[in-house]
Design a protein around this ligand. Structure first.
Ligand code: DLL
Length: 435
């Protein structure tokens, strides 16, 4: 097995917990002293830093939410003087004002270590050639994986996203072995390969590190087949770090969280009460090592289940299963909660080639799935267009338990993704329009 920091990644759980407890209590002291909003919240909750002695005391601390970051925009929650800050990133801000996060030099080193651990977990070594096709800029994907690949000692290609034909040329000419990109961008590249007659046999790719947006197992199979590699899931969010808060290992069965830096909790999304291990709920993180922007009990809005069982790779770090969606992306259709990922799983389960699709919601809660047509779509087993429609409605409606309609879009009509795909268009008044 390939590890970057074996001692930590395979540490017995009681040792890991002792480390977390010690780091947590000193971090809470630091934020209490240096970050006014934390001090105010803790005082309001009647909690003193000395009350937090171990991870078991975590639940006594107040939550932090996106709104707190907005209220203290841009630098009000930084825990160090600005002279210590060496980098800033910002969240994409799909809803409301963007949020700003800062990093000290140690934070950047910590991030590079986490990203190197992620790459090592999927089999990466210094002999690899890593093409980073996440966007570079305020978005954390590009620079996060870039520093990780360099820390691993691999050859790093700072491709950034877009310029798709060039991405494929680089795969071929530079002998790229690991590609870092969003899953929807991977699909866009696969489509372009078919259009340009580019063959995956010309590539040396062995792995894709895909994240930044929800994607299903069905999508994984499409990417693996289309690019001739193994596709691994990587998770992160700007507020906590960026990519590599957690990443899959070669077993492809859940993403190991860097728990020596981030303590995860799962809470009930309605009552915010902590849920027992193994239950699905909202993921909450507490940063215990970051210096500039250590969020405490940050509610991510991602719906996740944690698995504490042993992993075949030998890592003892808890695994988070694929996020089922975000509480703020969940659609409420006639009183029923519908996650876009459920629609994707049902659609691709029925037709693995229907990867270019959109979800539209209209007044009166009408839910329409628009599937872009592709060559040969109504041939073979799926039958005629009406037969396809009937089957798609049946499969998707039964998965989400609400009635849907299907519309077929012309080939090439829908916008292709180069980063986070936008798939949901909520046309109801006040509806959100997340990807
Ligand atoms: O998307 C960081 C990142 C970059 C992760 C590259 C992985 C690879 P944000 O733009 O702040 O940061 O968006 C964070 O994206 O709360 C999730 O809802 C979603 N997300 C990220 N990774 C995954 C994933 C980056 N693997 C938000 N599966 C998070 C599902 C994901 N959703």
């Amino acid at each position: 097995m390939n590890y970057f920091l074996k001692e930590i990644e395979t540490a017995p759980r009681h040792e890991l917990e002792a480390l977390q407890s010690q780091r947590l209590s000193s971090k809470i002291k630091q934020v209490y002293e240096n970050v006014k909003p934390y001090r105010a919240k803790m005082e309001a909750a009647g909690v003193k830093p000395e009350d937090i002695k171990s991870v078991k005391d975590l639940a006594r601390l107040p939550f932090t939410e996106k709104q707190d970051l907005r209220d203290n925009y841009p630098y009000g929650m930084f825990a160090v003087p600005m002279s210590e800050v060496v980098r800033i990133h910002a969240s994409s801000g799909t809803t409301g004002k963007q949020t700003v996060v800062g990093y000290t030099a140690n934070d950047i080193a910590l991030w590079a270590q986490c990203a190197a651990r992620s790459l090592a977990a999927i089999g990466g070594t210094k002999d690899d050639i890593v093409q980073v096709a996440y966007g570079y800029g305020l978005f954390t994907g590009g620079l996060g994986m870039h520093y990780g690949a360099e820390r691993l000692g691999a050859v790093t290609i700072p491709a950034s996203s877009g310029n798709s034909l060039r991405q494929l040329e680089m795969f071929r000419d530079f002998g790229t072995t690991i590609a870092c990109l969003t899953p929807s961008y991977a699909l866009s590249l696969i489509e372009l390969m078919a259009q340009k007659g580019i063959n995956k046999a010309d590539f040396k790719l062995k792995a894709a590190v895909c994240g930044a947006e929800p994607w299903t197992q069905e999508m994984r199979l499409q990417i693996q087949k289309g690019l001739g590699l193994k596709a691994y899931d990587i998770y992160g969010l700007s507020e906590i770090l960026g990519p590599s808060v957690s990443c899959e290992c070669v077993e492809q069965c859940g993403m190991h969280i860097c728990e020596d830096h981030f303590i995860p909790e799962i809470v009930d999304p309605d009552t915010f009460e902590p849920l027992p291990a193994g239950e699905q709920g909202e993921l909450v993180f507490t940063c215990i090592t970051k210096e500039a922007f250590p969020l405490i009990r940050y509610r991510t809005r991602d719906i996740v289940r944690l698995d504490y069982s042993e992993c075949k790779c030998g890592r003892t770090l808890v695994r988070m299963m694929k996020p089922q969606g975000r509480t703020d992306d969940m659609l409420i259709i006639k009183g029923v909660n519908v996650f876009p990922s459920q629609i994707e799983a049902a659609l691709l389960g029925f037709d693995p080639n229907a990867t270019q699709y959109e979800i539209h919601v209209f007044k009166g809660d009408a839910l329409e799935v628009r599937i872009e047509m592709y060559d040969g779509m109504f041939r073979d087993s799926i039958g005629s267009i009406e037969e396809y429609r009937r089957k798609a409605i049946e499969e998707i409606s039964s998965a989400v338990t609400v009635k849907i309609s299907i519309k077929f879009d012309e080939k090439g009509q829908q916008k292709r993704s180069e980063g986070k795909a936008k798939r949901v268009f909520d046309n109801r008044a006040g509806g959100n329009n997340h990807g």
